[in-house]
Design a protein around this ligand. Sequence first.
Ligand SMILES: [Mn+2]
Length: 392
Amino acid sequence: MKFIHVGDTHIGQVYKNDTRNNDIKNAFTQMIDYAISEKIDFIVHSGDLFDSGTPPLESLLFVTDELNRLKFAGIPLFVIPGSHDVGIGEEESIIELFHKNNLLTNLNSKKYLKLGEEVKLKGETYKEAFICGIKGKRSKVEDEIFKKLKIDIDNSAFIKIFAFHHTISYLGEKFKDLDTESLPKGFDYYAAGHWHGHKENIEYDRGIIQYPGSLEYCDEKEIVDNPNRGFFVIAYDQNGINSIEYKIIKTRNKQIFGINSDNKKPLDIENEIINKLSKNDGDILVLKLDGKLDGKTSEINLVKIKKIGYELGYSYISINKSKLSDKDTDIQEDDIKTKELSTIEYEFLKKKGYNEKEIKIARYLIDSLGEKPDEIKKELEAIFYSYDNIKD
Ligand SMILES: [Mn+2]
């Protein structure tokens, strides 16, 4: 018997780029095609099926079609809602809509999860596998769940699977949102999601924790950091897990260039970049600029670079300037000692070429961290209107 473990498929509008959003859908289709052609017994999804708790209609229709193909092939899909599958301020997840339409099993539907003094969790036994899981974090409650968890495990199953949607402390204290030790014990396979990197074979209790990572690259960092994207195929029998394979899906060609700008003029950088570009068939292009430019960073004509790039055939172009600086924008050490923080902020943004309105918004946002969304919205509207008649 075989099952697929996939996670973080993020169907929706991850990019402001139709081609890349279609790539994300295409990755999902590749996984489903594989499940059907290889006669996989079932699929476990470890959360973030959608990119948003309120996905566009077009995404809902796409997923409905794909899940109907699975249903027709007799392959059940077991899902825990991820942090992205729940709308802001919502209790219920978009996953529940598909559960109610019998296109998947929401492992945290009322039937399986009961909150209270004790958190009672049930699962399903399918093809001699016991499957259960806990949804991702949208509120602090999900942290508490792990401390009070009582799981009704089917001990007669050949393999016991626990799905969860957290970054565990094993991966580093800095980004963790769950201590590894908080995970329940007694499982053979921990189907992990939320962290978009890829990690295999983390030993825990009597089993292993596996992160497949996002099924397609969800941002520039993932494009740069990860060579492959894919899902796990796990074979098991009465003796437990037999084999685990990482199935790599087909993604676009990537071209990643690092460009050092030390003592170069903006126009030189522009030409250097343009010279690197070549005719291609829909490649992804990432340009990482660093160093200290002899001139203003805003003088590099990014619009022109992108226009030429798209004409040459690139499907998606990301230009990263976060490590690029120019001679004017460095904050002087003396400034830190003698000036108010707000003055340093103002002068820095001014040198970066932002106008008064943009600076006011930026500084307001820095100051308003922690305020209520409604109040932030009101204040931002006021700033927008008050600057309407001022020329940039
Ligand atoms: Mn995710």
